[in-house]
Ligand binder design. Sequence first.
Ligand SMILES: Cc1cc2nc3c(=O)[nH]c(=O)nc-3n(C[C@H](O)[C@H](O)[C@H](O)COP(=O)(O)OP(=O)(O)OC[C@H]3O[C@@H](n4cnc5c(N)ncnc54)[C@H](O)[C@@H]3O)c2cc1C
Ligand code: FES
Length: 347
Amino acid sequence: MTHQLKLFFEDDHEAVISCGPDEDVISAALRQGLILMSECREGVCSTCKCFLADGEYSELLPHSVYALSPSEQEEGYVLACRLRPTSDMEIEFDYPFSMVQQYQETERRGSLDQIEMVSDTVARVVVRTMAAQDPLRFLPGQFVRIALTNGVSRDFSMANLPDDSRRLEFFIRVYPDGEFSSYIAGEASHGEQVTLYGPRGKFILRDNDRTPVFIAGGTGLAPVLAMLRQLAAERPAQPAVLIFGNTNVGDVFGADELKVVTEQLPNLHVVSGVVNPDDSWTGEVGTATEIAHKYISENDRSQFEYYYCGPPKMISATTQMLEAASVARDLCHHEDFVPSRMEETNG
Ligand SMILES: Cc1cc2nc3c(=O)[nH]c(=O)nc-3n(C[C@H](O)[C@H](O)[C@H](O)COP(=O)(O)OP(=O)(O)OC[C@H]3O[C@@H](n4cnc5c(N)ncnc54)[C@H](O)[C@@H]3O)c2cc1C
Ligand code: FES
C-alpha cells in the first residue's frame, strides 16, 4: 500500500510525496525529483536523520548505532534511508528546503598536489581538481568522498573555502592500519590521480545571530576551520568559540591556520586541550567534551549554538553532555567521522 508523507523543513517549507510498500523515504523522494540529504543510504553516516512527528513503521532497516542510537530512536528520530512507512507520516528535517535543491552531487577528477605531516598523526593533503572541469562548489563544512586508484575510498571534509583555485585542503588522521590514511601518508606520490564525489553533508553554519561554539576532536577541526574561515570572510566581528581537543600533545596541529583565522576574526576565543599533557603543555587538560562542558558551565550560554565534529565516541559524549545541560536539540549540529570499516551495527 502506498502512503502519503508530509515533509517539513527548517524554513517552514512543506513537501508531500508518496511512498510505496517496499520503498524507503530517500528513494521515494528521489523518484519524485526531491533530493533529500543523504550519503551512504546504508544506515551508517546519519546524514538522513530526521524526526518522525507522526506515523508508524514496523522496524528500521539495519543501521549503525553510531548513525542512530537506541535512545534517539526512542525519542522519535529515524533514518530516512532505513525507514519504510506502514502508515501516512509527518517527518521533520533540520535543514532548509534550499539545501534540497542545492544538493547536486558531481564527480571530479583530481591529483594529489601536496601531502605533508603536520603533527605526529595528521597529514595535510591538498587535491587539485582538473582544469577541464568547473571548480567544485560546496558549502563550508561539507565533505567529499575521495577514491584512490587502488579502489579504496573514504570521506573527508574540506578545510578551505570554495574558490576558483581548484585546490581542496584536507586534514587526514593517519591510522597505522588505516587502508586509506596509511597509504596517503606512506605510499602515495605527488600527482597521483584521485576521484572526488560530492559535495555531501549538511554540517554547515546556520545564518543567525547566535554565537557559534565549535567543538572539534582531532581532525574534526577540518570542517570547523572551513566555517571559521567563512565567518572571517563574511562576518569578521562575529563572536565565536573554538574548543579543540586532542589525545596527545604530538597530535595537535593547525596552529598556523588558527593564528591567521584569529587575526581575521578577533572575537574568536580558542581553547585547546589534550588528554595526556607533557611538561611543555600550557593549555587545558581533558577531552574536547570535558573542556566544552567546563566552558559552557562557566559562561553565559544563552546565545550559544553548538557545532561539533570528530570521531563517534566524542560525538556521543558531546551529545550526552549537551543533553544533560538541557541544550535544545535544534541548537546542536554535528558531523560524525564514522569509520568506513564498521564493526558495530544495529537493527
Ligand atoms: C562525513 C565524514 C567526514 C570525515 N572527514 C574526515 C576528515 O576530514 N579527516 C579525517 O581524518 N577523517 C575524516 N573522516 C573519517 C575518514 O573517512 C576515515 O574513516 C578515516 O580516515 C579512517 O580511514 P582509514 O582507511 O585510514 O582507516 P580504516 O582502514 O577504515 O580503519 C583502520 C583502523 O582504524 C580504526 N579507526 C578508523 N577511524 C577511527 C576513529 N575515528 N577512531 C578510532 N579508530 C578508528 C578502524 O576501526 C580500523 O581498526 C570522515 C568520515 C565521515 C563519515
Ligand atoms: S544516508 Fe541514511 S544513514 Fe547515511
